[in-house]
Design a binder for this molecule. Structure first.
Ligand SMILES: [Zn+2]
Length: 284
């Protein structure tokens, strides 16, 4: 087994299968975590007002079991195989034949592909375990922020701690770069937020964005922050302008920044050192 794990093709295969399964779980997280947060806020608001807790059906990541949102048909284990079930069922519910969003298999395939890339680039060892954790969180945060403009603390904060813990052993950078990265990541966007707010009176981004960049700094070190901010701002601005030009979006409709930060973080994880070297070399 130990020897097999050092055989790259085997490791890439195992990790892509693991990615498909984790991707299937991430679909549940993306769909349910924001609803669970809303339920919790409703409960807290009622408590503050001294009212009775609202009657909300209990929802957690494991309960109720997965079902078709249209007809309530319970999804069996056979209908829940990542990617394959969606393809075999032609993207439709087996009971009512209503279409199932292609986003479910897309999230599974994306997670599988990212896990395979991590195995291929990093080989077996602690950095690979860390990278899989980082990638799963990045996928979940991207889609949750895209849907709801929220970056849940339940993901960003554990991601931050985990980055510091993995770098205790220097998995991606040395510990002092990681600690400075976490603080500088938070502070840099916090400063941008206040500068923007004082200048325009508007809130340009959410506090979740600061925490996500802090987490990226904790994983990759402060050295990767300029690249991450530059790339995410550039792509974010490009997409924002495109959306305004295509008139799908009003100029004042907020555009989530988390997906670009998370994408930039993934790019920095895989190609950051090479990109920074190329960039610094260019300046000399
Ligand atoms: Zn159905």
């Amino acid at each position: 087994m130990e020897e097999l794990l050092h055989y790259p093709g085997y490791l890439v295969g195992i990790c892509s299968l693991l990615g498909l399964i984790i991707g299937s779980f991430l679909n549940v997280v993306i769909h349910r975590l924001p609803k669970m947060m809303e339920n919790e806020w409703a409960r807290q608001c009622a408590e503050l007002r001294g009212e009775e807790a609202p009657a909300i059906e209990p929802l957690s990541l494991s309960r109720p079991a997965s079902h078709c949102p249209d007809c309530g048909h319970a999804i069996s284990a056979l209908e829940n195989i990542p990617l394959l079930s969606w393809l075999l069922l032609g993207g439709r519910c087996r009971a009512c034949r209503k279409p199932i969003s292609p986003r479910y298999p897309l999230v599974e395939a994306l997670t599988g592909a990212l896990f395979a890339l991590a195995a291929w680039k990093l080989g077996s060892g602690w950095p690979l375990v860390g990278a899989l954790f980082f990638l799963a969180a990045a996928v979940a945060l991207t889609f949750i922020d895209f849907d709801t403009q929220l970056l849940p603390d339940d993901i960003t904060l554990p991601l931050l701690w985990a980055g510091l813990l993995f770098n205790l052993g220097g998995a991606f950078t040395d510990l002092s770069s990681a600690v400075i990265g976490a603080a500088a990541g938070y502070l840099s966007l916090w400063l941008v937020y206040w500068a923007f707010k004082l200048a325009t009176g508007k809130e340009g981004m959410g506090h979740g964005d600061f925490k996500l960049l802090a987490a990226i700094g904790a994983w990759l070190g402060w050295q990767m922050l300029p690249l991450t901010i530059l790339f995410s701002s550039f792509v974010g601005a490009l997409v924002g302008i495109l959306l305004i030009v295509l008139a799908r979006h009003g100029r004042h409709v907020p555009i989530p920044f988390g997906p670009y930060l998370a994408t930039a973080g993934v790019i920095a994880l895989f190609w950051g050192p090479a990109l920074t070297r190329a960039w610094l070399g260019h300046l000399q």
